[in-house]
Ligand binder design. Structure first.
Ligand SMILES: *Cc1c(COP(=O)(O)O)cnc(C)c1O
Length: 224
């Protein structure tokens, strides 16, 4: 068995049943993604559209089917391509982006899922850090202002640190924020909590993660 297959097997065996594995294939070639698909992997994550667009078009042209989630910060001018190749955008961090996603999805008559990315780590730039801005988006989505955009939950990246309590705190903040929003907006269906990467996914699961995004532990160290 290849490393990719056995890594996926090992990780899947260690995950609780309600936790989805998102295999982060950035910087890895289409062949590696195909190996993972052959091992039964369904959901993939990519953070750069210019890399993901040709890669996943090629994979699908070879008749392999899979789900792609966009997990990296997204510029407005990349949204058109992003919504063509993905079923979920996990890295939604501003209203302007939701407006563009709605516009591009309407054009191709597609409904897409999104997660609100929450900024919980000092050392990262991405994610909502202004809670008022987050609530403005939630409010508009709740009032169906964006009919092609379905909010499904939250995503965060914990700080890169050996201090386990800081990592736990970031994940807890994300979970509590989702619970709070869900309670205030019962018509929304927020149950995806995308938290945890190769180095911290066990902590994330203890804090309630329902989706882990794992790259290195599946595909090996990335060659930039
Ligand atoms: C690269 C990346 C991951 C995967 O990181 P690993 O440490 O390789 O598991 C997860 N989430 C996001 C947003 C990423 O950019």
């Amino acid at each position: 068995m290849s490393d990719i297959k056995s890594n996926i097997q090992k990780i899947k065996d260690s995950l609780p049943e309600n936790v989805t594995l998102c295999a982060v294939s950035k910087f890895n070639p289409a062949e590696s993604v195909i190996e993972a698909i052959e091992a039964g992997q369904i959901v993939f994550g990519e953070n750069r559209i210019q890399e993901a667009f040709p890669k996943f078009n090629s994979i699908r042209e070879q008749n392999y089917s899979c789900d792609l989630h966009i997990i990296g910060s997204l510029q407005r001018n990349k949204v058109s391509k992003a919504v063509q190749i993905s079923s979920m955008i996990q890295s939604v961090d501003r209203l302007e982006l939701i407006e563009e996603i709605e516009k591009q999805c309407a054009k191709i008559n597609k409904t897409i899922s999104i997660l609100f990315e929450l900024h919980t780590a000092e050392d990262s730039k991405s994610g909502f850090s202004d809670i008022d801005e987050l609530y403005k988006c939630v409010e508009l989505l709740n009032s169906n202002a964006f009919p092609h955009v379905t909010p499904k939950g939250f995503m965060t990246m914990a700080p890169f640190t050996d201090d386990k309590t800081l990592v736990q705190k970031a994940f807890k903040t994300c979970r509590q924020t989702m619970e709070k929003v869900q309670k205030e907006y019962p018509n929304l269906n927020l149950d995806v909590l995308s938290m945890g990467m190769s180095g911290d996914y066990k902590i994330a699961i203890d804090e309630g993660s329902t989706m882990v995004r794992i790259g290195t532990a599946i595909f090996g160290e990335r060659k930039y």
